[in-house]
Ligand binder design. Sequence first.
Ligand code: AP5
Length: 182
Amino acid sequence: MGTIIVTGVPGVGKTTVVERAAEELGLEVVVYGTEMLEVAKKRGLVDHRDEMRHLDTETQREIQTAAAESIAAKGRVIVDTHGFIQTPEGYLPGIPKWVAERIEPETVVLVEADPEAIAARRADDETRERDEEAADEIDEHQGFNRHAASAVATLTGATVAVVENADGQVDEAVADFVNTVE
Ligand code: AP5
């Protein structure tokens, strides 16, 4: 049994769903952004996770590769990450070939929700410096994430599943996630 990769646009509630599902499944969650933040902080590049997507993309790729190596060494875990990261230079793939080949996922789970609901969740989340995006931009980003999951699946043989995290329905999303992975 291999690693499970979970992606979803910021604010979709991916972390909320994954933390609860991981508890039920008895699996560790590794947050890719946290692994990258540790590397970036050691190099004196950033203080906060929301600064990373604004670094130049070459630096982001270097930190991304270092994080993939440490994650690959952890065995079967749930990796909380992104299909594409929105940077000032365009969409950066979160799981390019060299990351996919290191992690060798068994399944890629996409957490999705209605774009209007995601925009509202971001606006309500005061703990983070979230980018403001219109619903049509969030919709586009979710579309790109589906393409990313297809590419990872094609490269590695992983399966792809979509979990809907509808407003006020975290329990249903967690149950769907657990059924998919079990
Ligand atoms: P990361 O650490 O993944 O942060 P993020 O992108 O902001 O994602 P979060 O996990 O914080 O948001 P979420 O969607 O899980 O929302 P939450 O559960 O909090 O990434 C940080 C950075 O790391 C990235 O920007 C990037 O720079 C970098 N990075 C990561 N992976 C990378 C990679 N592979 N390559 C390169 N760079 C990488 O929920 C949000 C809100 O919604 C909460 O208030 C919650 O209560 C609410 N909510 C959740 N579910 C529901 C529901 N069903 N109904 C109503 N409200 C809900």
